[in-house]
Structures are given as structure tokens and as C-alpha cells.
Write a protein that binds this ligand. Sequence first.
Ligand SMILES: Nc1ncnc2c1ncn2[C@@H]1O[C@H](COP(=O)(O)OP(=O)(O)OP(=O)(O)O)[C@@H](O)[C@H]1O
Ligand SMILES: O=P(O)(O)OC[C@H]1O[C@H](OP(=O)(O)OP(=O)(O)O)[C@H](O)[C@@H]1O
Ligand SMILES: [Mg+2]
Length: 299
Amino acid sequence: MLSKNRLRIAMQKSGRLSDGSRELLANCGVKINLHTQRLIAFAENMPIDILRVRDDDIPGLIMDGVVDLGIVGENVLEEELLSRRAKGEAPSYKMLRRLDFGGCRLSLASPVDTEFNGVKSLEGARIATSYPYILRDYLQKQGVTFKPCLLNGSVEVAPRAGLADLICDLVSSGATLEANGLKEVEVIYRSKACLVQREGEMSPERLALIDKLLTRIQGVIQARESKYIMMHAPKDKLNEIVALMPGAENPTLLPLAGDESRVALHMVSSENLFWETMEAIKALGASSILVLPIEKMME
Ligand SMILES: Nc1ncnc2c1ncn2[C@@H]1O[C@H](COP(=O)(O)OP(=O)(O)OP(=O)(O)O)[C@@H](O)[C@H]1O
Ligand SMILES: O=P(O)(O)OC[C@H]1O[C@H](OP(=O)(O)OP(=O)(O)O)[C@H](O)[C@@H]1O
Ligand SMILES: [Mg+2]
């Protein structure tokens, strides 16, 4: 039985978002044993219960106030929002933040051998999708009506099966489209995983716990996007070297024993350092360039 006093978080049980969701919570110091097939997991060190469900159910669980937080794709959240609005409901939730995984786009795709003459030419077309409301919202704004063909999975087979003229489905690398003889013709929605909170009353303790988690998530994501950079740099080229580093803060400079012309330079960069930048830094006379990952960060 779930306790009313513990924070409830819904995440995808198995699929594209489950590893990212589990890792994020683990990196935030939430200790959960998800190795078992249990659909409910209890954190050992914090008053948090995890509900492991189909991703499609997460927006509804948040909007109905069953869980306090959920980690879900923006695409699924938006579809549920539009679907409930179409039924005359007024669903609500709080978007706490976008996360750094689950990036994909919802796109229209047509068979490679057919010509695409723009969205306006789709009037009356049969389009297979699992996202009828997002698609309708997009096409309606362009004054286009279409015939939806609802499929919950394997949408890519619809044109070859003679069910539809085009599809509207999620794309990331584009490999699935290619394997099915389809080409992406229009992006209609860009999505990432996000952290969502239910509306409504919450105890001060629960709000404080959400706040703590959010601060930790910020630290985890910021650390993942940052690098610690160390090098030996010539003193007369310091400005040029620092200017090459993306998102650099003030560097720390330390003397190098037995070398008057160079210093040890340490700094945190808010982005990854590309090979090209490292080569340019080396060309300015720097050596022993190290780029290290950062585990945690707090400002
Ligand atoms: N190719 C992809 N690359 C990155 N993220 C993706 C990709 N496809 C989907 N996603 C994101 O991950 C979410 C979950 O995708 P997944 O394919 O695991 O869903 P599902 O098959 O509906 O799973 P479930 O069994 O939970 O209903 C999508 O709603 C989307 O936000
Ligand atoms: O552009 P790509 O990198 O090929 O990714 C796109 C595919 O990924 C998703 O399905 P997934 O593989 O998660 O399987 P599913 O159909 O079981 O949801 C999505 O529905 C596409 O089919
Ligand atoms: Mg699903």
C-alpha cells in the first residue's frame, strides 16, 4: 500500500525513457532497487515511492493528482492535454523542467517515391499516427483537414499496408523511416523528457522535498553538460586560449615549477570541448590538455 506521506513519482517501466529516468533519480541520491519486476518501488533513504507504468499513463496520473511528479516525454504530455481539452476538460499540471534525455521529434513522413508539395497539399490525406491530437492541432492551424488512421505502434508500416498515404511518428536517428522506405517531410513537434508536477495542495514537507530534488537535478544536468579542463598554457597567450573555450568562467592560474613562461590553467567549461578547439589551443602553445567529466555541481 502506498503511503500518503511519501512523494509519489511516476516513470516509464520499460522503454526509451526508463534508463534516463532511473539514472537521473540515482544521480540525485535517491536509492531505489528497481531490479525486481515490482511496479512500485520504495526509496530506501528518502520518503519517495516510484510507480513504474506505461508512458502513456503518466500524464493522466499527474493530471488526476494520483502522483506528485512524473517523468514523461513532452509529446505524450501534450497529446494527453489536447485529448482531454477536446473532451471538454480543463486539465492542469506544472512543468518543472525539461530534462536532457529522450530528445526526438514528431514528424510527417511520406514514401520516398512520392513527391511532397507542402503541408497545404495534404488536404484529405490519410495519415497514420499515434498522436492524432497534436497532428490535428498542427494541421488545423494551417487550415488543412485530414483522415486520421490510429495506430499505437509500428506506424511506419501503414503506407505499405495501404492503410494511409503518410505517417506522423517519432523520429530520432531516422533509421526506422529509412528502413521502411519513408522520408521525413515536416517536423511538427520537438520533444524531450520533462519533469512535471501535479497541481493542488501539498504539505510544506513535500514541497521542500520537490525543491531539493529540483536543485539536485539542476546540479546533475549542469555537471553532465560541463567539463573540467586543465592544461599548461603560455602566459602571453592566455586571453586567446580562454576566448576559445565555450562557456568558460574565470580560470584558476597556478605557477609551474621551473617554467617562467607558462602556467597551469584550470577551468570549468559549460560545454564539451571539441577536438577542433583542443587543436586550436595546442596550436597556441598549450600542452598537457586534459578534459575531465564532472560528477556533481552546486553553485
Ligand atoms: N527514437 C527515439 N529517440 C529518443 N526518444 C524517443 C524515441 N522514440 C521515442 N522517444 C521518447 O521516449 C518516449 C517513450 O518511447 P517508447 O518507444 O519507449 O514508448 P512506448 O513504446 O509507448 O512505451 P510504453 O510501453 O511505456 O507505452 C516517447 O514518448 C518519446 O518521448
Ligand atoms: O528515428 P529512429 O532513431 O529510428 O527512432 C524512431 C523510432 O523510435 C520509436 O520507437 P521505438 O524504437 O522506441 O519502439 P516502439 O515502436 O516499440 O515504441 C519511434 O516510435 C520510432 O519508431
Ligand atoms: Mg507508450
